[in-house]
Design a protein around this ligand. Structure first.
Ligand SMILES: Cc1cc2nc3c(=O)[nH]c(=O)nc-3n(C[C@H](O)[C@H](O)[C@H](O)COP(=O)(O)OP(=O)(O)OC[C@H]3O[C@@H](n4cnc5c(N)ncnc54)[C@H](O)[C@@H]3O)c2cc1C
Length: 464
């Protein structure tokens, strides 16, 4: 490519070289001027690292900074659909479960924004994601140690410290907390087609959304797929020629919100899960899928009632197909659209056509490329995920001296709760306590269920 460029623009090349060196000198100068040292550097300032930052505000002797590449705080803004609800209680905010007197609680936000009484009177069983995003943004703006427009490009380890390289400076840190979140996932065969007609739901609000007269297929039977399908059948994005909703699951299953299922999202269950043999954990997490990945009952009801109204009451006979128990196994460009091959029940092949394909196939944890220089010193599990310890530390070569904490990267070790907000404050408090070396936050919270082996005291009381 460089050869091609110099052949086509022979006079530009020296100018480009001078510009490159000027830029480099500028960056080196900037680095020297802006060098800074902290005890803890956070990479990423999404909700999970924000929780760590908010809880650290209590300890005056620790120097810390959290860096995010975005220009300002935002929370999945490309998917902030109008009716989208938080699937977790608002009380499980950034701080309340471990420090209800913190100035960064959701209740404090309500009072500051003068909406406390209206909020109570609205009697919402679940709040909108939009309001939770407003709360998160409000906290982010108050934390001086959270910096946006700060892309961590590379992390090196030298002289017993981490060195974080940004575009305009270098920061050194004793310890790291990696909170870079997840990335949209689509099957590999669909990647070459990504564009205006084939998109991931995560960016749907940034895309042109007039689907009038088009055949649209939604792939994925979780909450996001349901919300996209709901928007399409409501015709807020135009009157489609046809809508197909494909789900790998045997039915359009609802989120399991039963009290004892919710107990899987408690410190006492995590304690039990941590003690299980590593080889059993993956299967257990898979069995618990509907505890976190099902569709909210309210969304399902709205969809069913909307279909009843348009198809039965109004007899519109719209081309709407709901296709459970089908896996999209391949796709091909065909004319202006796409031919989608589905495997039904693992046996029969079926074909549907679509002009627009919206993948609602979730998000996956990706280890950020800035950690590449440390890759050989880090311990990895056989399936390429980070090897974690119980205190959210990544196991790595110089762990005794310099710790790397990671949030949202330990479902294989801590269980189903890891990518959820349910225990974010509890996890953040664990990290803060571990970092400080003493118990700033009290974390022991016994539950009703005896998940693990009966303790000796119970045997005395229950065994004759
Ligand atoms: C649409 C949607 C709705 C959800 N709703 C719920 C819900 O209702 N209840 C629930 O419990 N969970 C929910 N979740 C799951 C989870 O709570 C969220 O994904 C949450 O945002 C995870 O927080 P995070 O901090 O790990 O990651 P993110 O929010 O993704 O934040 C990571 C941050 O890291 C930054 N970053 C990445 N790389 C770098 C770098 N090299 N340098 C600097 N910054 C970097 C990014 O800019 C980003 O701001 C939802 C997830 C999605 C996708």
């Amino acid at each position: 490519m460089a050869i091609g460029m110099s052949a086509r623009y022979p006079f530009w090349e020296p100018i480009l070289k001078i510009r490159y060196w000027l830029h480099t000198l500028n960056a080196i100068g900037g680095c020297l001027m802006n060098q800074q040292h902290v005890n803890l550097a956070g990479i990423g300032a999404g909700p999970f690292n924000l929780s760590v930052a908010a809880l650290l505000q209590k300890c005056r002797n620790t120097r810390y900074a959290f860096f995010d590449k975005k220009p300002e705080f935002s929370w999945h803004s490309g998917l902030m659909l109008p009716g989208a609800k938080l699937q977790t209680s608002w009380m499980k905010d950034l701080v309340t479960p471990v420090d209800p007197t913190s100035p960064y609680s959701f209740l404090k936000f309500l009072v500051e924004k003068r909406r406390f009484y209206s909020f109570i009177n609205a009697e919402q069983s679940s709040i909108s994601r939009q309001e939770f995003a407003q709360y998160l943004d409000w906290v982010a703006q108050q934390l001086p140690a959270v910096r946006y427009n700060a892309h961590v490009r590379e992390v090196n380890y030298q002289q017993g410290r981490f060195w974080l390289r940004f575009d305009d400076r270098i920061v050194s840190a004793d310890h790291l907390c990696v909170g870079t979140g997840t990335q949209p996932y689509v099957p590999e065969f669909a990647v070459p087609y990504l564009g205006k007609q084939v998109l991931h739901a995560g960016g749907i609000l940034n895309a042109k959304r007039d689907f009038t007269g088009l055949k649209v297929a939604v792939i994925g039977g979780g909450q996001t797929g349901a919300e996209i399908f709901q928007e399409l059948i409501s015709e807020r994005w135009g009157e489609c020629e046809s809508i197909a909703w494909v789900s790998r699951r045997e039915n359009f299953d609802q989120l399991d919100e039963a009290p004892f299922t919710n107990d899987l999202f408690t410190p006492s269950y995590v304690k039990h899960f941590l003690a299980l043999p590593q080889e059993e954990k993956q299967a257990i997490v898979a069995r618990q899928k509907l505890a976190s990945d099902g569709i909210s009952p309210a969304t399902l009801k709205e969809i069913y009632q909307s279909l009843y109204h348009t198809q039965v009451v109004c007899e519109r006979g719209r081309n709407i197909m709901m296709l459970p128990d089908r896996q999209l196994v391949s796709m091909l460009k065909q004319g202006g659209g796409y031919e989608l091959m589905l495997m039904h029940s693992g046996k029969a092949k079926e074909r549907i056509d679509a002009d627009v394909v919206i993948f609602s196939t979730g998000f996956r944890t990706v280890i950020p490329s800035c950690l590449e220089p440390l890759a050989e010193q880090i311990q990895w599990e056989s399936d390429g995920v980070l090897s974690m310890d119980d205190n959210y530390q990544v196991n790595w070569e110089c762990q005794d001296q310099s710790r790397i904490y990671a949030v949202n990267a330990s479902r294989h070790h801590h269980g189903i709760v890891d990518p959820q907000t349910s225990l974010m404050a509890w996890r953040a408090a664990n990290i803060v306590n571990d970092l400080l070396g003493y118990e700033l936050y009290k974390l022991e919270q016994p539950g009703f269920v005896q998940w693990g082996v009966l303790p000796a005291t119970a045997k005395e009381r229950f065994v004759a």
